[in-house]
Write a protein that binds this ligand. Structure first.
Ligand code: URA
Length: 210
């Protein structure tokens, strides 16, 4: 991927995103829409996965046909909101390995604090897709990518639903080698670090917490 930031402007993505932004959308609806959009975004972020040829026998004859090459992709959820994006990608790529990074945001400093890290083996040989719906300050995303790089990952992409310009800039400064795919680049962060106009707290909305 040559671009650092790709905004997927497909009409289905944009329509579903508008429904997700609506404060009256139910928890069940929010979750379903997030899964659906994630699949459409995953289609874009995996576009350049390498292929190799394998022989397959159709009912008619044998042929050489393309299949994915190399080790299985690693999907890494940045807890907890990233979990809302896992199922969508796993439906498309059921053999993906899955890791988790637990970071919470200190509400005063807005800085990330790590509480959990578990990644699949052989990260250095895999395409690693980190998922988190909201790229806000970019502090926790950059810290999560730091941890993945320390664990050996060298081919990482970041998949999110919404991005703030501040978060994109922070990621570009910390990890210029990590392409970002999102459904929207929103206007700005507010003083509490929420994306404006955004959709509120993604974790609360998908899990029904407050
Ligand atoms: N996390 C969220 O869930 N929402 C925001 O707007 C920013 C960070």
């Amino acid at each position: 991927m040559s671009e650092h930031l790709t905004v997927v402007d497909h009409p289905l993505v944009q329509h579903k995103l508008t429904l997700m932004r609506d404060k009256n959308t139910s928890t069940a609806g929010f979750r379903r829409l997030l899964r659906e959009i994630t699949q459409l975004l995953a289609y874009e972020i995996t576009r350049e996965m390498p292929l190799t040829m394998a022989s397959v026998e159709t009912p008619m004859e044998e042929m050489e046909a393309p299949i994915l090459a190399g080790k299985k992709l690693a999907l890494v959820s940045i807890l907890r909101a990233g979990n809302g994006m896992l199922d969508g990608v796993l439906e498309l790529i059921p053999s993906a390995r899955v890791g988790f990074v637990g970071l919470y945001r200190d509400e005063e400093t807005l800085k990330p604090v790590q509480y959990y890290f578990k990644a699949p083996e052989g990260l250095q040989d895999r395409l690693v897709i980190a998922v988190d719906p909201m790229l806000a300050t970019g502090n926790s995303s950059a810290a999560a990518i730091d941890l993945l790089k320390q664990a050996g990952a060298n081919n990482i992409r970041f998949l999110c639903l919404l991005a703030a310009p501040e978060g994109v800039a922070r990621m570009k400064e910390a990890h210029p080698d990590v392409p970002i795919v999102t459904a929207s680049l929103d206007r700005q962060l507010n003083e509490k670090g929420y994306i404006m106009p955004g959709l509120g707290d993604a974790g609360d909305r998908m899990f029904g917490t407050k």
